[in-house]
Write a protein that binds this ligand. Structure first.
Ligand code: EPZ
Length: 426
């Protein structure tokens, strides 16, 4: 187990390039099951969760190539060949799903390809119960027989059929599972109240590249006309809006001058708007966002909402920023019922935060003070890193394996921006 040690107080300077989006790459990798053959994916981020998804798919007979070729010359950085020609299984076991709940994304594709799946129910998670009832209800509407047996979802169908599905909540992976299943169903499926997160759109674009017929991409109503078969296609994964937002917050809290490049600017509107409200000037041009040191930070309220609202995956990072802003800010978390675990750790750094239900009131302090803290989930660990970059003295972030799940080369990228940061054995 490693820890990350930061000596805070250095304004970040320079340029940082954003990697491929974890939450687009994961469903896209699962979707390769729908089209037997070799898929050439580009801009796949080098993350622990990607390695876990490879393990899950590998258990079903899927093979991969990352360096030399299944064919031809070495592959460029971030390229991944996925060969789904031979499916030898349809099970996602507990020991894998418990480490990464996104493994449930194999449900839809397996039912479409093999008409069966045995997937461990994802357990609870640090940020909430996170059930998958809406995934299962939608699949049942498509003719899938679901039984729960010793912690596993046993799913079988003679034939997937098109259905009208109205989601109680715009679940991101729920929308993705149902959309993937619908691509090879008999007839048309309409998903109403579908998630509109850009990563859902990126998956939809990949499915269309495979030959799927999908209307309404980017809206809350997806219409999928089932087709007979899909075939492999090359695809470049979109860049990661949450990684980009994290570096914007890191630049802002250190009063630095940083250009974030390869950024999906159009998907960051709510985040840039809120940073602006907090006094952070972001100049955008093309896929580049430049944070300029301006006046001080002032408190700004946020409320997390489904896209295009402020993303819940940026809530912890923004809270760290607000902990040193002038005045107070009210942070309302509406997506997950328990996504304030980072509050206790931020308070160890001197933050003044009071929780009441799904709201946290942050009263900005002049500065934070370094201390040992513990990461509890992916985005909470990012918020502790951000706070440590600004805190006076040394901050040690423990259990950094959480970070490895969603941030490629974080220490290298921050060091290149001038941060005094290193990763050492705990
Ligand atoms: C996706 O999780 C993301 N993960 C999460 O990112 C992200 O925080 C979340 O969407 C919200 O944007 C991936 O895409 C791999 P949901 P997901 O289903 O799909 C409730 C990160 O840091 N719900 O949209 O699991 C659920 O309990 C991760 O990268 C049901 O009640 O989120 C939650 O309260 C963290 N029943 C809310 O909906 C269901 O069947 C949102 O869940 C499904 C969801």
């Amino acid at each position: 187990m490693d820890k990350i040690v930061i000596d805070g107080g250095v304004p970040l300077e320079g340029e940082v390039s954003i990697s491929g989006a974890k939450n687009a790459a994961l469903p896209i990798m699962a979707a390769t099951l729908l089209a037997p053959g070799v898929h050439r994916l580009h801009n796949v981020p080098r993350l622990a969760d990607i390695r876990t998804m490879k393990r899950v798919l590998g258990l079903m007979g899927v093979t991969f190539e990352e360096s030399g070729g299944l064919m031809g010359p070495p592959l460029p950085e971030g390229a991944l060949l996925v060969d789904t020609s031979n499916l030898t299984g349809w099970m996602a076991p507990y020991e894998v799903v418990k480490t990464m709940r996104a493994a449930v994304l194999v449900l839809g594709p397996l039912l479409a390809r093999a008409h069966q799946a045995s997937v461990s129910l994802p357990g609870g998670c640090a940020i909430g119960a996170r059930p998958i009832n809406l995934h299962l209800k939608g699949l049942e509407a498509m003719g899938v027989k679901i039984t729960l047996n010793q912690g596993y979802v046993e799913a079988k169908t003679k034939e997937l059929k098109g259905a009208e599905i109205i989601l109680d909540f715009p679940t991101v992976t729920g929308t993705e599972n149902l959309m993937m299943a619908a691509t090879l169903a008999k007839g048309t499926t309409r998903i109403v109240n579908a998630a509109q997160e850009p990563e859902v759109g990126d998956l939809a674009s990949f499915l269309v590249a495979l030959g799927a017929q999908i209307e309404g991409i980017g809206t809350d109503i997806l219409t999928i006309h089932g087709v007979e078969a899909l075939s492999p296609a090359p695809y470049k994964v979109m860049s990661d809006r949450i990684e980009a937002g994290t570096y914007l917050a890191a630049a802002a809290i250190t009063k630095g001058k940083v250009a974030v490049t390869n950024a999906p600017v159009a998907h960051l509107t709510a985040v840039i708007e809120k940073l602006h409200d907090a006094g952070v000037r972001c100049a955008t041009s093309g896929d580049r966002i430049e944070v300029q040191p301006g006046g001080g930070l002032n408190g700004a309220d946020i409320k997390t909402l489904p896209y295009p609202g402020f993303p819940t995956d940026m809530q912890a990072q923004f809270m760290a920023l607000m902990s040193v802003a002038k005045g107070a800010s009210v942070i309302t978390e509406t997506i997950f019922e328990d996504r304030f675990i980072h509050v206790g750790e931020l308070k160890r750094l001197g933050a003044d935060i009071t929780i009441s239900g799904n709201q946290a009131v942050v009263r900005g302090r002049r500065h934070l003070s370094g201390a040992p803290v513990m990461a509890t989930d992916l985005r909470a660990s990012a918020s502790l890193i951000i706070a440590g970059l600004a805190a006076q003295g040394t901050t040690e972030v423990h259990r950094v394996y959480h970070l490895d799940r969603g941030y490629a080369n974080l220490v290298e990228k921050l060091s290149a921006l001038g941060a005094r940061i290193k990763r050492v054995p705990a």
